[in-house]
Every structure is written in structure tokens, then in C-alpha cells.
Design a protein around this ligand. Structure first.
Ligand SMILES: [Zn+2]
Ligand SMILES: [Zn+2]
Length: 352
């Protein structure tokens, strides 16, 4: 393909134009060219994440002007020099850990996803809310035949969940309480169930009634925390033991306190929910009383991506009911639906 700038093509991309501009713009930009070791993808679907709302509001660091979108699936369109092991047309998903330094103590421990130098597509470099995106080939994972595009579009949040379970494993036959019925919470419930938990409960508030109803339709046990005392109910439902594992995905102070209260002694809590800017009061004495193991999980490990694709490939559960697909041109409706939580996971389709 010609790289002549005079004949270079353009494409639509949904971009944050500048810091301090709390709005996005759908505009035409040049199509990307792959640098050595990178590929260009035709984007098939790209999910909108809560983090995208924070990026728009300058509550999460970004390097504008930049195309948003860090959760995407697509097909390989073009290979950069030196890319081996991949061919044009393959269906892939991509870890968003671009430009990790490879030299720091975290990269050398295999924790490139936590490298402070990384600049993910979607906030550090141009991302997937566009017809094409360019990414490093060594961050790609091949999508199996049996996993369709909508399911593949959910691999990034599913990898976030699996990374949490790498830190705090699901107890076989044990009890798991998940706080927050967003995409991460619902995927955590589905994964914990598939991984062999005995009893799994999802807790939410009336402000997320639609999401709780969707989870209930998927066969998930849901509790409305405005109608029950969560720790008391957890103890009553576990023969007075308390929960083996609590997964906190809400970032809300009340839910964090409820989760600690619901733990059994020496129970484990894994925290995924991103809090707001204000410090959160934590019932530290209660955590002490529970002798709790509390772990925080950030981003997604390399191994979690393969595990997510393996779970989906064997049909461990069907995550597709979580997705609502909008054309890229309908991005304002998709962002509004994310903001009001009227959908679980909005995805943009740049092909329509
Ligand atoms: Zn995200
Ligand atoms: Zn590093």
C-alpha cells in the first residue's frame, strides 16, 4: 500500500481534542501507518468504559489530541516491518499496554501492565474509537473461531476480572459476593460461577436497577442493598460464616463497608472499583475484626487475556447479553447510555 501522503486515506475517529475540553469530537484523521513491530487493525467493535468518562472529564490522565477507546477487537489489516507470526485478516484483541519500557522493575517482573511508562491506545496514543488503530504486535491475542465479535469486544473487561482472580482465587464450592452490577461486576459473577464457586451473589442499588434485572435474567442471584443489610444477609445466607471472597467493583464507600462486613474471618476481598476523588472512610476496625486479606487489582496481566479467551472459547458463559452496539456516528447516545447506566456495556461499531 502506498504511503504517499498526497494519496493517504482518512478515517473517522472519536477524539478528545485537548486537555480542559470536556467533550469529544468525531472527525476525519489520516489512517495510521504501522511502525516496525506494530500492526494496523480494522476495528470491528470498541467498548466504552467508565474510564472513558473520566478521560473526557480530565479525571484520568490522557495525552490529547487523542482518539479514545482501549477495549477493541478487529482484524489485522497491515503488518509493520519485522512482525512475525501474524497474517493479514486474523481476528485479534489487543492488550492496551503499549510503550511499557521493558526495563523497569515491574516490566522485568512480567508486570508490564503496571509500568508507569506505558501509554495505552485510547488515552496515551490513538485508540479504537476509529475505523483503524495501530498497536504493537506483541500485545495481540488471536480470537478463536468460536468467539464472535461481540464476545471478543468484552475480552478486555473480562481480563480485568481474571487478573483480580489471579490475586484472590475463587474458592471451589465457596461463597463469593460481588459489589456493583456494572460490566466488571457482572463479568466477575459469571467468571466466579464458571470457576467453581458454590454460591455467588451480586449486590447493587436501585440506581442500577436495569443492570441488576439483566443479571437476574442471566440467572444471577441479586440483592438490592437498599432493601437488605448486606453483612447481616451474607451471614444469614452462609450459616453464620460470612463470605469467603468479596469482589468490590463499585468504588462506593457504603459498598466497601458492606463488603468488609460481609467477609468471614480470614476472608479475602479484592478491590477493582475506582473511587471518586474524595478520600473514602473505611471501617478499619471491622476489617481487623475479620482478619481480612484485602488486595487491590489494577489493569490486566498478559496471562489473563489468554485465560479470558479460553473461557469464552469453551463456552463457560455467554457474555454477549451485556453488550449494546451503537454505530460510531451514534457515539453521543452510547456515551449517554453509559453515563446513565441504562446499558451494561455500550460498544461502538465503526463499520456502520
Ligand atoms: Zn476500561
Ligand atoms: Zn516498565
Amino acid at each position: 500500500m502506498s504511503a504517499d501522503p498526497k494519496t493517504a486515506q482518512t478515517m473517522r475517529a472519536l477524539r478528545k481534542p485537548a486537555r480542559g475540553v470536556h467533550a469529544l469530537v468525531l472527525e476525519r484523521v489520516p489512517t495510521p501507518r504501522p511502525r516496525p513491530g506494530w500492526v494496523v487493525l480494522d476495528v470491528r467493535l470498541a467498548g466504552i468504559c467508565g474510564t472513558d468518562l473520566h478521560i473526557v472529564a480530565d479525571e484520568f490522565a490522557s495525552w490529547p489530541p487523542v482518539t479514545l477507546g482501549h477495549e477493541f477487537t478487529g482484524t489485522i489489516r497491515e503488518l509493520g516491518d519485522g512482525v512475525a507470526g501474524w497474517t493479514v485478516g486474523q481476528r485479534v484483541v489487543c492488550e492496551p499496554h503499549a510503550l511499557a519500557c521493558g526495563r523497569c522493575h515491574l516490566c522485568r517482573r512480567g508486570l508490564a501492565h503496571l509500568c508507569s511508562e506505558k501509554r495505552s491506545p485510547g488515552w496515551g496514543i490513538d485508540g479504537g474509537f476509529a475505523e483503524q488503530v495501530t498497536v504493537p504486535a506483541d500485545l495481540l491475542h488471536r480470537v478463536p473461531e468460536t468467539v464472535d465479535d461481540v464476545a471478543a469486544g468484552l475480552v478486555e473487561p473480562l481480563s480485568i476480572v481474571i487478573t483480580a482472580f489471579e490475586r484472590t482465587p475463587v474458592p471451589p464450592g465457596g461463597t463469593v459476593l460481588v459489589l456493583g452490577p456494572g460490566p466488571i461486576g457482572i463479568l466477575a459473577v459469571l467468571t466466579a460461577t464458571a470457576a467453581g464457586a458454590g454460591q455467588v451473589v451480586l449486590v447493587g442499588r436501585p440506581s442500577s436497577a436495569g443492570r441488576l434485572a439483566l443479571a437476574a435474567d442471566l440467572g444471577v442471584e441479586v440483592w438490592d442493598s437498599s432493601r437488605c443489610d448486606v453483612p447481616d444477609t451474607a451471614y444469614a445466607r452462609t450459616g453464620g460464616r460470612g463470605m469467603d471472597l468479596v469482589v468490590e467493583t463499585s468504588g462506593a464507600a457504603e459498598a466497601i463497608a458492606e463488603g468488609i462486613g460481609a467477609l468471614r474471618r480470614q476472608g479475602r476481598m479484592c478491590v477493582l472499583g475506582v473511587p471518586g476523588p474524595e478520600p473514602i472512610r473505611v471501617p478499619w476496625g471491622l476489617a481487623m475484626n475479620r482478619a481480612a486479606d484485602i488486595a487491590f487489582s489494577l489493569s490486566s496481566s498478559w496471562s489473563s487475556w489468554d485465560a479470558a479467551l479460553a473461557l469464552l472459547a469453551r463456552g463457560a458463559f455467554d457474555p454477549r447479553p451485556l453488550a449494546s452496539v451503537f454505530a460510531l456516528t451514534e457515539w453521543e447516545q452510547a456515551f449517554a447510555a453509559t453515563r446513565t447506566r441504562s446499558v451494561v456495556k455500550a460498544m461502538l461499531d465503526p463499520t456502520s
